[in-house]
Design a protein around this ligand. Structure first.
Ligand code: FES
Length: 105
């Protein structure tokens, strides 16, 4: 179970143990994060699971698929560190990942 660092919209930080084999979004919700709405259930079609990963993690995560790229192109708070947490399947490689929940669109 990798541990990740999650910064909420209010700046509060928490270490969250996440499970392999399910998405980052599912893990965040399972950990009780209420800022990740995930309204589409993980289909890359709502953008409400948007997170910003720490700069050093941008190139360490699996590349974006077409659906993720398309959805994020519509996201108002997109930046170079944007990812849809529903499109990231957690593995041991996520140990130490730091992310911030993107502002509400
Ligand atoms: S849960 Fe809807 S885009 Fe990720």
């Amino acid at each position: 179970m990798p541990n990740i660092q999650v910064t909420s919209r209010d700046g509060s930080q928490a270490t969250v143990s996440v499970n392999n084999g399910i998405s980052l979004m599912e893990n965040l919700k399972a950990a009780g994060n209420t800022e990740v709405l995930a309204l589409c259930g993980g289909c890359a079609s709502c953008g409400t699971c948007h997170v910003h990963v720490a700069a050093e993690w941008i190139d360490r995560l699996p590349p974006m698929g077409e659906d993720e790229e398309e959805m994020l192109s519509l996201a108002p708070y997109r930046n170079e560190s944007s990812r849809l947490s529903c499109q990231l399947q957690v593995t041991d490689d996520f140990e130490g990942l730091a992310l911030t929940i993107a502002p509400e669109a």
